[in-house]
Design a protein around this ligand. Structure first.
Ligand SMILES: [Zn+2]
Length: 751
């Protein structure tokens, strides 16, 4: 009996051990087992109490760029990384950061109303009363201005909204527009308003989008209260992010700087964000046509468009000063592949206290860095160099990370393997975006991390949720059958932008969320009290985040052969080319239909004669585009990626001669993403060099994939679309040539 028990026990141990040994992409079986053991020890270091203590420290006081507490946080972060054994330094840049001197908004007719422009302290929120250190509510990089005009409501203020206004016969020229937050990055709203001749722009938070329509408001619930305001940058980051005065170069003290007058990324008109408490009297006083149904928010009024009779006066003046942005850079040199760098970052500056944005992400990264250092001390130093970056000045426009990348461009292009970014983090589901060659890596990591609420892998939980919330049976089937996580493409909005889109370093952006909800974003109520009640009570998802990004970093740092998967990128490209073809087709038939309807006078006949209706203008007929060069290039890439997969199946290997081949192969793999960039960049925006991913020219944060082609089609510039198809085909060919070289090396045939 005893003996049989022992045998049974041994069998159980063996099967359990076997069950845990899953293959890891880029590792030999033996190294995968070692890596898995290492990751188990990594998980053993996790402690939510650390995260809470650091959050209490970092979010204790307002800490925007250039503030006293931001500097104290720099020093605190340096001391932490040093105490863990990192080679730590501060990279300092002098960046433009305007703060308000004058903010005035009043309605001067038909009634008078003076906007409060202030968020009240709440007894339930212990940091909300730190008024002397809080930045006022404003939009950074709005120009100074003093304007008076009739008010027009423009919905979200995106180009399609102005098409609607034109049909209603409403012109914003010489007027002040009021737009609600949402549907685009906020910087797009004043930009499009100015393009249409508006002289000022107000942005407010409608309760439909993050206030009482969504749930109970703070402090009772998580949502935006009546006087809560979303601060934020309106830098025209779709031209370039970072310091507005030093595009393309580091903002060192002696750098050549643009004058304010010549700086293209400041707004063209003054812009100010307000609460729905301040917006209500203004919107209530509007006359003119009733707003279309999908323009209506949740305020207790009938939404009108105007213009007027509400007439407003907006006066803004800023202190246009340079302030230091201080990035904390902590380096852990690798063992045998120290020249290959895995870079990991999260910003630490906030608009106010920023417990969620960004401290929730920052403390998870700190716990990860702490655990990696502990493993190194106990003898498990990573093979490649790991660099942790705590960025400053992200909120005004990705300043710290952009200046650092511009400063170290050549080194990064030579040494960087990948950049892993995070920002705010909260309860919910894995959200992952990034370079599509990293989908296999992401999927295997998600397979190995457990969700703390449901006790299954975060991969499985995400997959099931996608099926439950699928919008069609096809989408549900896709979510069920697609083995790999489909990474979303990266636009802008956090510190990965300069790595991926300027330097061509493969990048990812990782975070959890979707169960927190709420409306504290960029307000004084993004606080420790708010976050620990609503964001991630117990900071369990902070731990899951550290386990996820920690695995990504460790696998990239220790892989025998880097886990860059050409076939997932090739498959994604094929999908994008299909999308572009359909887009061109849709544009073409819409232009033709519109032309036909105009000839039949259909717009006038079908409109209500008691209301103004202006028919759209005809467009020139759209030609057929020639997608063949791009289709051929992608077909060749798919073929080459497939061949690489076959050739690399025997790698990594324990064979004695394998390591030389692997080293050569790693060099090619780490530079693959760079072949997708061009030194001249995208049309009219040379800073953005990546030809596959960029923020949209009219969406801001929102990504435009294959932007040269896609935006040319959207703007109906057919000649440019044809030209850009050739350009992107050339880039894909260069990528494919790199894949073919990798295949030759994997087969043991070096050039
Ligand atoms: Zn952030």
């Amino acid at each position: 009996m005893k003996q049989r028990m022992a045998v049974l026990f041994a069998f159980l141990v063996a099967t359990t051990a076997f069950a845990q040994e899953k293959p890891i992409y880029g590792f030999t079986a033996a190294d995968a087992a070692k890596e898995q053991a290492l990751e188990a020890r990594f998980d053993g270091q996790m402690n939510a109490a650390d995260l809470r203590a650091w959050m209490d420290r970092l979010a204790a006081r307002p800490h925007h760029l250039g503030s006293d507490y931001d500097r104290q946080n720099t020093e605190f972060l340096v001391s932490l990384f040093r105490s863990w054994g990192y080679d730590t330094s501060v990279a300092e840049y002098q960046v433009l950061f305007p703060t308000p001197k004058i903010r005035e908004l009043e309605m001067i007719g038909p009634q008078r109303y003076t906007a409060k422009l202030a968020e009240p302290p709440l007894p339930q929120d212990h940091t909300s009363g730190q008024t002397s250190e809080q930045l006022p509510t404003y939009n950074a990089y709005s120009i100074d201005g003093d304007v008076t005009g009739d008010l027009v409501y423009v919905n979200y203020g995106v180009p399609a909204d102005y098409d609607q206004l034109a049909r209603d016969g409403v012109d914003v020229k010489g007027k002040i527009v009021i737009a609600r937050y949402g549907a685009s990055w906020r910087g797009i709203k004043p930009k499009v308003a100015a393009e249409h001749g508006a002289i000022g722009c107000i942005i407010y938070s409608d309760p439909r989008d993050d206030g009482y329509y969504q749930g109970d408001v703070y402090p009772g619930g998580a949502y935006r209260m009546e006087w809560g305001v979303q601060r934020g940058s309106v830098e025209e980051m779709e031209l370039y992010p970072g310091d507005p005065l030093t595009p393309g170069v580091a903002a060192t003290p002696n750098a050549k700087r643009l004058t304010l007058k010549d700086c293209p990324v400041l707004t063209k008109i003054p812009v100010l964000p307000i609460s729905y408490g301040d917006a209500l009297p203004l919107l209530r006083a509007l006359g003119g046509p009733v707003a279309p149904p999908d323009w209506r928010g949740a305020l207790p009024i009938t939404y009108h468009i105007g213009p007027g009779p509400a007439r407003v006066h907006l006066k803004l003046a800023f202190d246009w000063k340079l302030v230091p942005a201080r990035d904390v850079i902590a380096r852990l040199p690798g063992t045998d592949r120290a020249d290959e760098w895995v870079i990991r970052g999260n910003h630490y500056d906030a608009w106010v206290n920023g417990a969620e944005d960004p401290i929730s992400g920052q403390v998870a990264m700190l716990e990860e860095a702490h655990a990696v250092a502990e493993l190194a001390k106990s003898g498990s130093r990573p093979r490649r160099t790991i660099i942790y970056c705590a960025w400053d000045g992200e909120e005004p426009g990705l300043l710290g990370s952009t200046e650092w990348v511009e400063d170290h461009m050549a080194d990064l292009q030579q040494h960087a393997v990948a950049y892993i970014n995070s920002d705010s983090n909260s309860r919910g589901f894995l959200q992952a975006g990034g370079s599509h060659s990293l989908e296999r890596l992401m999927t295997q990591v998600a397979r190995d991390v457990k969700d703390p609420e449901r006790n299954i892998s975060v991969l499985e939980r995400r997959r099931l949720r996608q099926q439950v919330f699928a919008s069609s049976p096809e989408q549900r089937k896709e979510a069920r059958q697609h083995e790999l996580i489909q990474l979303s493409a990266l636009g802008s909005g956090s510190d990965y932008s300069s790595f991926l889109q300027h330097a061509g370093v493969a990048a990812m952006n990782i975070g959890y969320g979707g169960e927190d909800g709420g409306g504290s974003y960029h307000s004084i109520y993004d606080s420790i009290d708010w976050y620990t009640r609503f964001g991630d009570p117990g900071l369990k998802y902070g731990i899951v985040q550290a386990e996820t990004t920690g695995r990504l970093v460790l696998r990239l740092a220790n892989a025998d052969v880097l886990p860059i998967d050409f076939s997932t990128f090739a498959g994604t490209m094929a999908r994008y080319v299909d999308e572009l073809e359909k887009l061109a087709q849709t544009e073409r038939s819409e232009i033709a239909d519109r032309d036909r309807l105009l000839h039949e006078n259909a717009y006038e006949i079908s409109s209500d004669p008691t209301k103004t209706y202006v028919a759209p203008k005809p467009d020139a007929p759209a030609p057929f585009l020639n997608f063949a060069p791009l289709q051929n290039a992608v077909a060749r890439l798919q073929q080459s990626a497939h061949e690489y997969e076959r050739a690399a199946a025997s790698l990594p290997s324990d064979a004695p001669n394998a390591s030389v081949r692997e080293a050569e192969l790693n060099q090619l793999l780490m530079h693959a993403e760079q072949t997708l960039t061009l030194p001249q960049g995208l049309p009219r925006r040379p800073w953005y060099r990546h030809q596959i991913y960029a923020p949209g020219f009219y969406t801001g944060y929102g990504v435009k994939t294959v932007p040269g082609v896609r935006e040319a089609i959207e703007q109906k510039d057919w000649a440019e679309a044809n030209k850009e198809i050739e350009v992107v085909a050339g880039v894909i060919d260069a990528y494919t040539a790199n894949v073919d070289r990798a295949t030759a090396i994997a087969r043991g045939k070096t050039e």
